[in-house]
Design a protein around this ligand. Structure first.
Ligand code: ATP
Length: 751
């Protein structure tokens, strides 16, 4: 589009050049311009003949524009200017014409003013020419014509005032005036001739302009057709370019396809070459194999010959052997007959042996029955003896156990207490172990006074003693439960002295405490007694006494809210109300039960401060046994008690803390009530008053602490010098208990 505008502008800009005001010199310029036009046309024609010029359409356009616009430098015209300009010439031409006529009229008017009628002649004559010029004269005749005329006519206008004056004053005055008039007339005639010449010239120029306009129109038409041709050529070119691009891409695809095909063929060729190589290799191998086979065939032929010879030899040997086999078959038949005789004899012997085995089995069953009877009798005797031994040992026995120093206590500021142990041999001879606690203090004189405290108990366990060793001494008591004796084992000692460790122990089997070991042992023993006719039922309870109140550690819910009371029926049998009693059929249930009690104690500790060491825990195993063979029944109770820390009020750390104070007072009250009960029993006050009712603990343990029970107190001691004072207190309490003789234990057997 812009190219078309460029092309059009020069063509139209030529017209203003033709119309531009100029002097008379413009006429030759027009002629020269016109003379160049045919040349331009010829050039254009030449260019049309060579549309496929190497310079291309753009160059052509440029050439066209430069040739057409070379002589012009006018402003670019907007699109659509050409048709307008093409229609304009007549209008444009009219302006100079009217100017000319105006000039002419002025001249006429001047003549009219001077009153000379002839002067109008030339003016009137010039009108048709002017009219013709208005129709076809080019704009060349514009203002320049007017000025030319003005200049040419100027003298006339300059003369007119003179003429007027002469006319006004000289008509009647003389011949000079006539001569003057004639001279003027001659000059006017010359002027008219000149004007006529100019008119011809103008006509010629007008014709030339017409011709130029015609040529211009032709050129326009030619330009349009050239532009159309160019547009078509451009379209063709773009179509051709697209086709070329399409062909190129098709070509590229084909090239790609061909290259791929070549690559494929190359691969195939390589494959075929490899196959060929393999085939050649294989052929070589086959040839080698054939050669070897031929060699083998030759060898085998030799072997065949050898074998044939051997076969012949073997056949002759076979013949020999066959005759031998025939002889052997004859002898086998003879032997078979002998074997048959032997078999019959063996059968008879077997029947005799079976008879003997049956007789031996009968004898054995009879012996077993006799032994079992003897065993039952021995069991009864063992129980009696066991009880006698227990009685001889005393129904209240005391063991002392010193725990080892813990890792963080080894470097304690006061160090370990000076504790010595009596030798094992003396302990076995006397049946009493000895523990010697030395206490060094400053005397009144400023010297060091050493106080040696010696205590004797049924058994002393040094820090080296493990749980297994302690239980070995207790197992007899546990066995007594199955025999129908009430047993109470309680751990006594200050906080941290190892009571819980002794009673419950650690998680692994080696560290298991007295409760799990006693249960295991009772279950194992009950299994053993099964063969002797005993069947047992067991159930467990786990209670806690805190501030004189009983809590059920196996109860439902996280924390026991029930109120429990201790009741005694008319047979003197003690029960605690509203407590959970779990039936136990295997030892694993006991460990679950202990875990449950432990977690409830932990919850209680969280809710009400740490209190496990501030409460007494009592595990009770109730055992019921029946023996249909002997028609015996027994019912007994094993109480395993972990007492609260026994430290005195001063060293309990209670201070101003009311709760701790209350705890400590209650602990001390229950422990002294325990000591009082044991003391009362020790004074031989059977039938007299025993102050069981002074504390919840003694009421709970009443059955186990009565004369009909077996009681063991484990006095746990700390090895630290800092705890020496509490250790001595515990040892004195244990001595008091140890010196107590509680009647004879009664077997709880009913027939
Ligand atoms: N014989 C022992 N062998 C190894 N460690 C022991 C032994 N006795 C006690 N301990 C350890 O000593 C620490 C205190 O023991 P334990 O808790 O049994 O004392 P405690 O008297 O029951 O205290 P509390 O009255 O606070 O319950 C525990 O860490 C325990 O594992």
């Amino acid at each position: 589009m812009s190219q078309e505008q460029h092309t059009t502008a020069p063509a139209t800009s030529r017209l203003p050049r033709l119309q531009s005001p100029s002097s008379k010199r413009s006429i030759p310029t027009l002629s020269s311009t016109m003379s160049t036009l045919p040349l331009l046309t010829a050039n254009n024609a030449n260019k049309r003949k060579t549309p496929s010029s190497p310079a291309g359409p753009a160059a052509k356009r440029q050439a066209s524009a430069s040739s057409l616009g070379k002589s012009t430098s006018g402003p670019k015209k907007p699109p659509g200017f050409i048709p307008t300009t093409t229609r304009k010439p007549s209008g444009t031409l009219s302006r100079p014409t009217s100017s000319l006529s105006t000039s002419t009229r002025r001249a006429g008017s001047a003549s009219s003013n001077s009153g000379v009628a002839t002067l109008t002649g030339p003016t009137t004559r010039s009108k048709p020419t002017t009219t013709t010029a208005r129709q076809s004269r080019p704009p060349v005749a514009g203002p320049s014509t007017r000025s030319t005329l003005g200049r040419s006519v100027g003298p006339t206008r300059g003369i007119s005032p003179g003429l007027g004056a002469a006319a006004l004053g000289g008509i009647g005055s003389g011949v000079a005036s006539v001569e003057q008039f004639k001279s003027h007339d001659g000059r006017l005639h010359n002027v008219e001739k000149m004007v006529g010449g100019f008119k011809d010239l103008l006509d010629r120029e007008g014709q030339k302009i017409n011709s130029l306009q015609t040529q211009h129109a032709d050129l326009q038409a030619l330009l349009f057709s050239t532009q159309n041709t160019e547009r078509e050529a451009r379209r063709d070119l773009s179509t051709a370019s697209e086709e070329i691009a399409a062909l190129r891409s098709a070509h590229a695809r084909e090239v790609d396809d061909l290259e791929r095909a070549i690559a494929r063929k190359d691969r195939e060729k390589r494959g075929i070459e490899e196959e060929l190589r393999d085939s050649r290799d294989e052929l070589g191998r086959e040839r080698e194999m054939v050669r070897e086979l031929k060699l083998q065939v030759a060898q085998q032929s030799t072997q065949h010959l050898t074998l044939t010879a051997q076969l012949t030899a073997a056949q002759s040997q076979l013949t020999l052997l066959q005759s031998e086999v025939e002889r052997a078959t004859l002898s086998v038949s003879g032997m078979k007959a002998e074997v048959e005789i032997g078999r019959q004899e063996a059968k008879k012997a077997e029947e005799r042996a079976e008879q003997k085995v049956r007789e031996a089995e009968d004898e054995r069953d009879r012996r077993i029955a006799e032994i079992e009877l003897e065993l039952r009798e021995a069991e009864t005797i063992r129980r009696k003896l066991h009880n006698q031994v227990q009685e001889l040992k005393g129904n209240i026995r005391v063991f002392a156990r010193v725990r080892p120093a813990l890792a963080h206590e080894v470097d304690a500021p006061d160090g370990l207490a000076d504790i010595a142990y009596g030798d094992e041999r003396t302990a076995q001879e006397t049946g009493q172990g000895q523990i010697i606690v030395s206490n060094k203090s400053e005397s009144a004189m400023g010297g060091v006074r050493e106080q040696v405290n010696s205590f004797a108990f049924d058994k002393i366990f040094s820090p080296k003693a493990g749980q297994k060793e302690v239980f070995e001494e207790i197992s007899m008591l546990a066995q007594s439960v199955l025999d129908g004796y009430n047993v109470c084992i309680f751990a006594y000692g200050q906080t941290g002295s190892g009571k819980s460790w002794t009673m419950e122990g650690g998680q692994n089997e080696e560290d298991a405490g007295m409760i799990p070991r006693a249960i295991d042992m009772i279950f194992a023993a009950s299994k053993g007694l099964k063969d002797r006719g005993w069947k047992y039922q067991m159930e467990g309870q786990f209670l806690e006494v805190y501030n004189e109140v009983i809590n059920d550690l196996l109860g439902s819910g996280q924390f026991d809210t029930k109120k429990h009371e201790i009741k005694h029926d008319k047979d003197g049998k003690m029960t605690v109300t509203e407590v959970v009693s779990v039936p136990l059929s295997n030892p694993r249930q006991v460990s679950t039960l202990l875990d449950r009690a432990r977690s409830r104690r932990a919850v209680a500790a969280t809710l009400m401060n740490e209190r496990s060491s501030r409460s007494h825990s009592v595990f009770t195993l109730k055992v019921r046994g029946v023996n249909p063979l002997t028609d015996e029944k027994c019912e007994a109770m094993l109480n395993l008690v972990d007492l609260a820390g026994s430290e005195r009020l001063a060293s309990s750390g209670a201070g101003e803390n009311k709760d701790r104070l209350k705890e400590t007072i209650n602990i001390n009250r229950s422990l002294s009530a325990l000591a009082d009960v044991i003391g009362a029993l020790g004074q031989g006050t059977q039938g007299g008053h025993v102050p069981y009712r002074n504390s919840t603990l003694t009421r709970l343990l009443q059955t186990s602490l009565s004369g009909s029970s077996k009681t063991l107190m484990l006095c746990n001691l700390s090895p630290l010098a800092a705890h020496l004072s509490e250790t001595l207190c515990s040892l004195r309490f244990a001595t008091k208990v140890n010196s107590t003789c509680v009647g004879s234990a009664k077997k709880q057997i009913s027939k």
